[in-house]
Write a protein that binds this ligand. Structure first.
Ligand code: ADP
Ligand code: MG
Length: 249
C-alpha cells in the first residue's frame, strides 16, 4: 500500500465532472508525477489532498488515516506540505529566521514572535534549520534578508521552509511554471538533491515533460478528470494514450 491512497474520487463543479473515478497510489519515498493537458483536473485533485476541496465521493488516505473532513492545517500537521506557486516568505526576516518559523510552529503548534526570539538560540532548532538550509544550498545566505534574494533563491527558501516541517509528503503544483530554462534546471537539481538526502515522498504536478522525465519514478496521466495510464517514465514516453491526450493542446 502507498503512503497516499486515492480511491474512486469524484468531484463535480455544477454539471462539470472535474474528477471522475480517480484512483492513485503513491509509494513511500518515490517521486510521483501527475501530468495531463490543461483542465484535466490536476489542481482539483491536489486541492482534494490538502483539504481545500472535499471530493463528492471516494476516499483519500494518507499514512493510514483519512484526510477527508480535515482542515488544511490539520492535514499539514499529518505530514503533507505544499509548495506554493508564489513564494510565501517573510521579506523582513533573514533566511535563517524564515526557516526557524515553521520548525518552531510545528513544535509549539503556533507561532508567537516573542517566544520565537527566546528559542532562537536553542540548539536543536538551530541545528535543524542549518540542516535544511544545507540541503537547499543556502547556508551561506543565512543572514541575508529574504526580500533581497533572487527569484530562484526565494523559491529555494520556500522549499527550505516546507522541508523544515519535516513533511512525509511534499506536493508541488507546477514548480517550474514561468521559469527560464536555467532556473528550471536548478529546480530539477534541487529536487533531485532533496530526494537523495531526505526520506520524503513527492507528488508533482507538471506540464514540462523535461522536468517530469528528470524527476519522476512513476507518472500518472490524467485526462478529462480520469487517469488514463500510470507507469514508469520510460513506458510513458511514446505511449499512444499519452500522445492522444496531448493532441490538440
Ligand atoms: P488542471 O489543473 O489540470 O489544469 P483543474 O483541476 O484546474 O485542471 O480544472 C479541471 C476542470 O474543473 C476545468 O474544466 C476547470 O475549469 C474546472 N474547475 C476547476 N476549479 C473549478 C471551480 N472552483 N469551479 C468551477 N469549475 C472549476
Ligand atoms: Mg492546474
Amino acid at each position: 500500500m502507498g503512503i497516499l491512497e486515492v480511491k474512486n474520487v469524484n468531484k463535480n463543479f455544477g454539471g462539470l465532472k472535474a474528477l471522475s473515478e480517480v484512483n492513485l497510489s503513491v509509494k513511500e519515498n518515490s517521486v510521483h508525477a501527475i501530468i495531463g493537458p490543461n483542465g484535466a483536473g490536476k489542481s482539483t485533485l491536489l486541492n482534494c489532498l490538502i483539504g481545500k476541496l472535499i471530493p463528492d465521493t471516494g476516499s483519500v488516505m494518507f499514512d493510514g488515516q483519512s484526510v477527508l473532513g480535515r482542515k488544511p492545517h490539520e492535514i499539514n500537521q499529518m505530514g503533507i506540505s505544499r509548495v506554493f506557486q508564489t513564494p510565501e516568505i517573510f521579506g523582513d526576516l533573514t533566511v535563517f529566521e524564515n526557516v526557524m518559523i515553521p520548525i518552531f510552529a510545528k513544535r509549539d503548534g503556533s507561532f508567537r514572535m516573542h517566544a520565537f526570539e527566546s528559542v532562537a538560540h536553542e540548539r536543536d532548532i538551530v541545528e535543524e534549520a542549518e540542516a535544511v538550509l544545507a540541503d537547499v544550498n543556502m547556508l551561506e545566505k543565512r543572514d541575508l534578508h529574504a526580500a533581497s534574494l533572487s527569484r530562484g533563491d526565494k523559491r529555494r527558501l520556500e522549499m527550505a521552509m516546507c522541508l523544515s516541517q519535516k513533511p512525509k509528503l511534499l506536493l508541488l503544483d507546477e514548480p517550474t511554471a514561468g521559469m527560464a530554462r536555467a532556473d528550471t534546471n536548478n529546480t530539477i537539481d534541487l529536487l533531485n538533491q532533496i530526494k537523495a538526502k531526505r526520506d520524503i515522498t513527492m507528488c508533482i504536478i507538471e506540464h514540462d515533460m523535461h522536468v517530469v522525465f528528470s524527476l519522476a519514478d512513476r507518472i500518472t496521466v490524467l485526462a478529462q478528470g480520469t487517469p488514463l495510464v500510470e507507469d514508469t517514465p520510460d513506458k510513458i514516453k511514446g505511449h499512444p494514450k499519452v500522445q492522444e491526450a496531448y493532441l490538440g493542446e
